[in-house]
Design a protein around this ligand. Structure first.
Ligand code: CU1
Ligand code: CU1
Length: 286
């Protein structure tokens, strides 16, 4: 049965409660921290050595598609009615509105140390202690909108610029490319312009959402579900276009063995980007 991922603003009271309870149970079982660790392990950038499977790379989209799917599977083992909702940050832009309510993700961090004090993921509830992180803090932190040097969430127009590009990605397939849907969506550039779309949302949330351990904030999943929806929209708009590159770069290329081509295995899974392009048999967005 194909299940439905909803806009977070469309969840009923019961659906919100069940989503939160499933997350807390996955955390209690120790599975959640494995997701955090996996993401940290795959936080390899242009300046690092080795294969870039998850970030600054064409497979940014399929990697996170499979990653969200795995979390969703873990949630559905707890409660089969649960799916991952998406946060449309072009619409829901206020730090006090959904998804930042006490019955869902809780609110902003307090000014002194950015610790989240409200909602189900506040440290004092005892249910959300951060164990896997690049920093040592045990509590979840947020700095919605960046109080000291404010930024806005990406706009509809900015998202549209990414969706309008018919080419999936271009050489050299990293964070420096100016063309292609993938990096316009992922959002790398230089200086402040490297905070576009996906990246900008991580910046806007701040706190735990910065860096490799960003999975510690459950908004990660709502954000990446929305990014995943954009990939679907892009596919529907540009039907003649597909994931690129279709073949691995050759030995002479600086990207040799650094990226994942369409039919290559996408670590840590036994799956290819090609196999992740169509998920219509698993879920759809409403
Ligand atoms: Cu990521
Ligand atoms: Cu992300």
């Amino acid at each position: 049965m194909v299940y439905v991922r909803k806009n977070v603003t469309k969840l009923t009271r019961t659906e919100r409660r069940r989503f939160v309870e499933a997350l807390l149970e996955v955390k209690r079982r120790g599975e959640y921290d494995e997701f955090v660790r996996l993401h940290i392990t795959h936080f390899v950038g242009d300046g690092d050595r080795g294969l870039r499977a998850a970030h600054m790379t064409p497979s940014f989209l399929p990697w996170h598609r499979r990653f969200v799917l795995d979390l969703e599977t873990a949630l559905r083992r707890v409660d089969s009615s649960v799916t991952v909702p998406y946060w449309d940050w072009t619409q829901d832009r206020r730090a006090t509105a959904l998804p930042w309510t006490d019955d869902l993700l809780g609110g902003n961090g307090r000014p002194s140390d950015r610790q989240v004090m409200t909602g189900p993921f506040a440290y004092r509830t005892g249910n959300w202690t951060i164990r896997a992180g690049v920093t040592q803090g045990a509590f979840l932190t947020r700095d919605l909108g960046r109080a000291r040097s404010p930024i806005d969430l990406p706009t509809k127009a900015e998202l549209q610029q990414a969706l309008d590009d018919p080419v999936y990605d271009v050489a050299p397939w990293n964070s420096t490319v100016r063309k292609g849907f993938r990096n316009k969506m992922e959002g790398w550039g230089s200086g402040r312009s490297s905070w576009r779309n996906h990246n900008r949302v991580h910046r806007w949330v701040g706190g735990a959402m910065l860096g490799g351990a960003s999975v510690n904030d459950p908004v990660f999943w709502l954000h990446h579900a929305f990014v995943d929806l954009q990939w679907q929209r892009w596919q529907q708009r540009h039907r003649a276009h597909r994931y690129l590159p279709d073949r691995p770069p050759g030995r002479g290329s600086g990207q040799y063995r650094r990226i994942v081509a369409r039919h290559e295995r996408l670590p840590p899974w036994n799956v290819t980007p090609d196999q992740l392009e169509d998920v219509s048999a698993i879920y759809r967005y409403a």
